[in-house]
Design a protein around this ligand. Structure first.
Ligand SMILES: Cc1cc2nc3c(=O)[nH]c(=O)nc-3n(C[C@H](O)[C@H](O)[C@H](O)COP(=O)(O)OP(=O)(O)OC[C@H]3O[C@@H](n4cnc5c(N)ncnc54)[C@H](O)[C@@H]3O)c2cc1C
Length: 377
């Protein structure tokens, strides 16, 4: 049997970040990843510029495309475009980006168990395919289908289903996002080197393949009007404190395992990195209950962002034409969100204010109020 201070399960951005911060501080960490690296991860790979502060200094070598603007479309037809002089986001290929982060954790001192699977707990020990580990703290950073989380009795309740494929195309240094196609979610075209990632995510029950085919045939930003080979995966999200599943006892969850994803855009990489840093800090700083310290940090730094994103998602996806109609100014505020100049709270307040002032939107606004009242009853 092997002993360590912290056993981290999962070598995605969340797990490698916890491992990197802790090892750098001298903690004995074992990082267990079930796949051989580099491993495939379905993801559009868009990282907001505000995540830069959470990444190791050399990370820009992983960047395939810089994003300096975006188009918001309605059903693949009308579009509004916004742009920025400086990059607001970066696109990476997840297999090499995640491997790079794991290498950084290892060079900080973490011991990597690659191709080793976490199986369960038995008599206070973690069972892996390479043997038993006795750890003071176990971190579940094992993604959407978290085995660690399931051992704690958690179930996923809120999530987007998604489909993604890639093809050769050039859309410049910008992303295309289309609403109005699914009940809650959107379709996207993101650049990825000399290719684009095309996808759709929804928390509704639509036939996503049909939606994606229809979208590919309509959008003016794809020359091939057909869908390549699509892959599917789930994206969990949290919009309230009770949606976050942060752990129990000496076991903490982080990243997708804890549902740390924005409920409006489905952005998860930034929150995995931030959650990983907060968890490492809680472990390092707390004299007693590290989980309580972690909860407090998440409540202060992550929850406000997710809950305001959730409020916006409930309105914007209920009234998608109205959201699209708010135009360029509203869309350009998202660029400030991505760079960290504005928060979701700023965007939410500003959006409501504009709705109130606009007679054009007054009728829709009344619907929102009525809806709110009905939701509370
Ligand atoms: C189609 C799609 C597009 C997306 N696009 C974006 C985007 O553009 N931008 C963005 O910010 N987010 C995006 N996301 C969300 C993002 O991919 C996730 O939020 C992010 O990967 C979460 O990181 P993580 O480290 O928590 O989990 P993961 O990246 O899922 O890593 C979990 C790791 O744990 C390992 N593991 C699992 N089980 C075990 C086990 N039992 N034992 C050992 N290891 C195990 C897995 O192999 C994996 O390496 C997208 C998601 C999807 C599905």
């Amino acid at each position: 049997m092997v002993r360590c201070e912290v056993l981290v399960i999962g070598g995605g951005p969340a797990g490698s970040t916890v491992a990197r911060y802790l090892s750098r501080a001298g903690v004995k960490v074992i990082l267990v990843e079930k796949e051989k690296l580099p491993r495939f991860k379905l993801c559009a790979g868009c990282i907001s510029a505000r995540a830069e502060l959470l990444l190791p200094p050399g990370w820009k070598r992983q960047v395939l495309s810089e994003i300096k603007g975006g188009l918001l479309g309605f059903r693949g037809r009308s579009y509004v475009e916004v742009s920025s002089e400086r990059p607001v986001a970066y696109i990476v290929e997840r297999s090499s980006f995640d491997s790079y982060l794991v290498e950084e954790a290892v060079s900080s001192g973490a011991e990597l168990w690659e191709g080793v699977e976490f199986i369960g707990f038995e008599e206070g020990k973690a069972i892996t395919s390479a043997g038993k580990v006795k750890a003071d703290i176990v971190v579940g950073a094992d993604g959407f289908y978290t085995k660690v989380g399931r051992f704690l009795g958690y179930k996923k309740r809120k999530f987007f289903r998604s489909l993604e494929f890639w093809e050769k195309e050039d859309i410049g240094e910008r992303v295309v996002i289309d609403i109005g196609l699914v009940r809650r979610g959107y379709a996207w075209i993101f650049p990825k080197g000399d290719e684009v990632s095309v996808g759709v995510a929804s928390s509704g029950k639509e036939d996503l393949l049909r939606v994606l085919k229809d979208y590919a045939s309509k959008t003016p930003y794809l020359r091939e009007k057909s869908v390549g080979r699509p892959f599917g995966w789930m994206i969990p999200f949290a919009e309230k404190e009770e949606d976050l599943q942060l752990g129990k006892g000496r076991v903490a969850l982080v990243g997708d395992a804890a549902n740390m994803v924005d409920p409006l855009l489905g952005e998860g990489i930034y929150y995995s990195l931030l959650g990983g840093k907060l968890l490492a800090e809680a472990i390092l700083e707390s004299q007693g209950d590290f989980l309580e310290a972690y909860r407090r940090k998440v409540r202060e730094e992550i929850l406000p962002q997710l809950s305001y994103a959730g409020k916006m998602a409930r309105i914007a996806y209920r009234f998608q034409r109205l959201a699209f109609g708010m135009g360029e100014k509203a869309v350009s505020r998202f660029l400030d969100l991505l760079t960290g100049k504005k928060t979701y709270k700023d965007l939410y307040r500003r959006g409501l204010f504009e709705l109130l002032l606009s007679p054009l939107h007054f009728e829709n606004f009344l619907h929102i109020i009525i809806d709110k009242i009905l939701e509370r009853r």
